[in-house]
Write a protein that binds this ligand. Structure first.
Ligand code: NAP
Length: 618
């Protein structure tokens, strides 16, 4: 047997040492800087009398309609498959293929898997194995290491298991590098590394009815068996490229932001970046500091809100360790904030429990109908967007550039972004916004990007074109009872799950953070916690019943799918733009994320766990 796999003398189980070494010391960076200039860290007030009237509504509609059908993405296949290569770690550690059995096999080694492992351990489940495509833990934070990377949910509420780890993040919005190191510390502390097969991509997961086991096959030649399979492999995991004529001819260097190539030195280079979503907003200010010239190719501007980064204070370092459950309580308070912007701004006094409420709740004279409520929310939302637009005018000096940087859609409709250096970057003489609205970049040649007949020669081209949303790559290779894959089932019947956690015909398969999975708001760590607790409950319930497997009834999932569609339609006016949240305007209602809010999901979960009606035990 190869050194990467050994046997634990106490349990007799296999232990793995497959964590890859780091590929280069150049991979290092930071997130948001702390900015002291108050004009950059406060939003201007909304212009007086700002109302979302018919004229403004028309403007939003036209902005959206002009972009309809422009989104065109492709997978990284064929000659673009090289963009998927792991640039962060040394080649895979050699090991033997495995053909043995474990009780629980988890796909993924990000936040979801780390949290789940901790909960499983607490509940006494130890025959657990993880398979991870990357060379180390971290998931999103393993793959995304671009300059400027930071979390957008305050790190005191976002990082899991802070009390258990005795850790306090160094800043309010931690850099991705700090988060990755934190993941590594969790994995070391909780014995995760010994259970994880790194550089191992699951290629097929097939249910065997006779043995009541999943057969899990990987690209390392493994053919393992497991009673339970848990998908914890993320919802924005598969990078995508914009499909652009001539992109294969480009002779310079090119990569996607989720495989940042630090071997390419950007210093003194002419660099282009396609895309202006949450990633690009963090990347642009950082690379502008080193490149010779930067061209930002934009189809749709993001809303750039205030970040107001700050360091953790001496008082916080001193007091939090003495407050039992400080981070859990903070995360719970964070989950109480229902409006997206407030949650993401994260009022410190409220979150630390110093004040009971940070906002005057608006009292309406009478109970509003759902339609009136949405109209009122859209009005408030419009005023926030007016502030965001006023901020652009206040910061960006060139009026043409400022005009192009102003978004016209409801706040939160596309992923809101935050930065106090992004807008000022466009005042630098070597940074150019290339407004490609409404169609986007349509042509690349061997020298660079061509737009409106103008050629932009580039040394390096960076694709900040995002990821497939809720399209976890594994759905197309999980075969259930009737031989269909999960993707085939969803393509023919529409997305069908119960709570986002089960899908009928796929017994003992549990999905974390997948389509239709709710239980939290804005903070995916809370969703992961809820899902990890649910997985443990399901495993314990199967055990307590002496059952072989758990599945759900088709009726339960049909009713749940209808609920998801209704919730999606109800909140649609607040998400009325073209965004990956709605499959670039093409997704069937209810087929992607759960839009019912945390509490509704929990109500359904609790009902199910009380009545047990949706479940089928074998
Ligand atoms: P994204 O939001 O999907 O952005 C893709 C960008 O590419 C959009 O601006 C899109 O424009 C643009 N694009 C696509 N084709 C184009 C073309 N032909 N020409 C010009 N532009 C084109 O991807 P992302 O920025 O990587 O972010 C993905 C998600 O990852 C975020 O929403 C967030 O959830 C997560 N993320 C989180 C953080 C954080 O927490 N700190 C940071 C980064 C990312 P259109 O808008 O016009 O389609």
């Amino acid at each position: 047997m190869c050194a990467a796999i050994s046997i634990d003398p106490v349990t007799g189980r296999k232990l793995f040492a497959t964590r890859a070494a780091k590929s280069s010391e150049r991979i290092a960076g930071k997130g948001y800087s702390i900015i002291s200039d108050k004009t950059l860290t406060t939003l201007p007030p909304p212009p007086p009398g700002a109302v979302f009237n018919a004229g403004e509504q028309r403007r939003y509609r036209e902005f959206k309609e002009a972009r309809a059908g422009a989104a065109d993405y492709m997978a990284m296949e064929g000659q673009f498959a090289r963009y998927l290569e792991d640039v962060y770690s040394e080649p895979p550690v050699p090991r033997d293929s495995l053909t043995d059995e474990c009780e629980i096999l988890v796909i993924g080694a990000g936040f979801g898997a780390l949290l789940l492992w901790y909960r499983l351990m607490q509940a006494g489940f130890t025959d657990v194995r993880f398979c991870e495509k990357g060379g180390d833990v971290g998931g999103t934070w393993y793959w995304n290491r671009y300059p400027g990377i930071a979390c957008d949910v305050e790190s005191y509420s976002y990082l899991p298991l802070l009390e258990e780890m005795g850790h306090i993040p160094s800043v309010k919005f931690a850099s991705g590098f700090e988060i990755l190191e934190y993941c590594q510390s969790m994995a070391e502390r909780f014995g995760f590394y010994e259970r994880c097969l790194f550089h191992t991509t699951v290629q097929a997961t097939t249910w065997d009815e006779a043995s009541g086991r999943w057969l899990v096959e990987t690209d390392r030649g493994d053919a393992m068996r497991a009673r339970f399979v848990v998908l914890a492999n993320g919802i924005l995991t598969t990078p995508r490229l914009a499909r652009i004529k001539g992109m294969e001819t480009f002779k310079g260097e090119a990569f996607h932001t989720s495989r940042w190539n630090y071997h390419i030195d950007l210093k003194d280079k002419r660099v282009g970046i396609i895309g202006t979503g949450a990633t690009a907003v963090q990347v642009v200010p950082e690379i502008a500091k080193v490149v010779k010239e930067l061209f930002v190719f934009q189809r749709t501007p993001s809303s750039i809100d205030v970040r107001d980064q700050r360091a953790t204070t001496a008082e916080e370092y001193a007091t939090w360790p003495n407050e039992p459950n400080w981070a859990v309580n903070r995360r719970e308070r964070h989950a109480l904030i229902s409006a997206g912007r407030s949650a993401l701004q994260a009022n410190d006094d409220f979150l630390s429990g110093k004040i009971a409420s940070f906002k005057q709740k608006k009292q309406h004279e009478r109970q509003l109908s759902p339609k009136e409520l949405v109209a009122a929310q859209l009005n408030t939302n419009f005023r926030i967007m007016e502030q965001i637009r006023a901020r652009v005018d206040a910061i960006v000096k060139d009026p043409k550039t400022a005009a192009a940087l102003k978004p016209y859609y409801p706040y939160g409709c596309k992923r809101p972004t935050f930065h106090d250096e992004y807008l000022p970057t466009f005042n630098l003489p070597h940074v150019h916004l290339v407004d490609c609205a409404p169609g986007g970049v349509k042509e690349i040649n061997e020298r660079g990007v061509v737009h409106n007949g103008v050629e932009y020669p580039l040394d390096v081209l960076i694709y900040a074109t995002g990821f497939e949303w809720m399209g976890t790559g594994s759905f197309n290779m999980i075969r259930g009872r009737d031989g269909r894959t999960l993707r085939e089932k969803w393509e023919s019947e529409g997305t069908r799950t119960f709570l986002g956690m089960h899908s009928a015909g796929f017994p003992n398969l549990l999905i974390m953070n997948g389509p239709q999975g709710g239980g939290g708001q804005f903070n995916f760590t809370r969703v992961s916690e809820m899902h990890a607790n649910y997985v443990v409950w399901a495993l314990e319930t199967v055990k307590a019943r002496g059952a072989r497997s758990v599945d759900v009834t088709p009726e339960a999932e049909a009713a749940y799918a209808q609920h998801c569609a209704e919730m999606d339609l109800l909140s649609a006016p607040l998400r009325d733009c073209i965004s990956y949240y709605n499959g670039d305007g093409k997704a069937k209602p209810g087929s992607l994320a759960y839009y019912g809010g945390g509490e509704r999901w929990h109500k359904r979960r609790m009902e199910a766990q009380e009545t047990m009606a949706p479940y089928v035990f074998d």
